[in-house]
Design a protein around this ligand. Sequence first.
Ligand code: SF4
Ligand code: SF4
Length: 337
Amino acid sequence: MKKHDERDTMFARMTYEEGKKNYEDYYSTNPDKKVIDDELRKSPGICSPETPTYDPIDANFAISNFKFLSDIRPLVKGEISEKRVSISQKEAAKRLKEIAVDCGADLVGIARTKPYHYYSHRGRPLEHYGEEVSDLLPYAIVFGVKMRKKNIEQAPLLPEVIESSMTYVKAAIIGMQLSYFIRELGYAARNQMDGNYLVVLPTLAKDAGLGEIGRNGLLITSKYGPAVRLGAVTTEMPLKADERMDVDLASFCDVCGMCSTKCPTQAIPRGKRKVIGEELRWQITQEKCYSFWRKIGTDCGLCIKNCPFGNGIDLMDLKKYTPEELMAKFKDNGKRH
Ligand code: SF4
Ligand code: SF4
């Protein structure tokens, strides 16, 4: 699989400022993105008073969560103890998973990292823009924090961004606790947290056995569907890796298409998967999705809210039913509730 470049992601692009090296470099090689990105940068920000969903209490709560995340970003790496503790791969995996759960993770798995899990180059922050990602640690503990239904059900209003910012904070703290602990045991470890990632989390989480990637581009988990936020710690500490989940989600997404139907901007494609690069997949139009967020002033989340998984059906049901039978089961559940 081809590596992704963080410089192309919407969140990195929105940090590029005219007159700075990131702006000049990116738009000289990607002139087709300049008009839409300039327009988006001029539009009101998420949680800003000019947007229709604004509420001064809720908006400032989400803003405070993002400020906290920004403050702790430099702590993702740190000093490694000189006294290395010896531990078997199996025992280390077991203990780290238990600790992740004790720290608040709702899902946890371990992957042996592959080059495609890492971005090719960094897009943010400015001081790291354009750097080749070279810190390729060979193992990852990957975890998920569930998003609460009471907030997701209010998508696309401010409770959605409250929920996403809160779960980003929880995932970042779990990652800090794990990475500080692993370094204390004498092994390199880096927290992969919001705004400071070297890895592509959904792909890494899929390979750690946490779920499968759906039409909406999100990791779909067994118990919570797409209503999770992910975090990871990459490390040199040898760990016993988990197996991928062996389910055919793509055939179900072919039949379902709910996220695509409900998406207000047609950012999620309809129809079958296409070959993109070397992969057969659906590709979200990130500009269409993010434009809507800026317009309404919050994360949208309708593709999370409307996915059947986490709403009465489970990924493991894919082993028992055909996609058509499972869709009928989901619709039937809806009628009864
Ligand atoms: S978050 Fe909203 S706009 Fe974006 S892809 Fe999902 S449904 Fe579409
Ligand atoms: S809403 Fe349906 S098509 Fe979209 S990711 Fe979920 S299962 Fe797949």
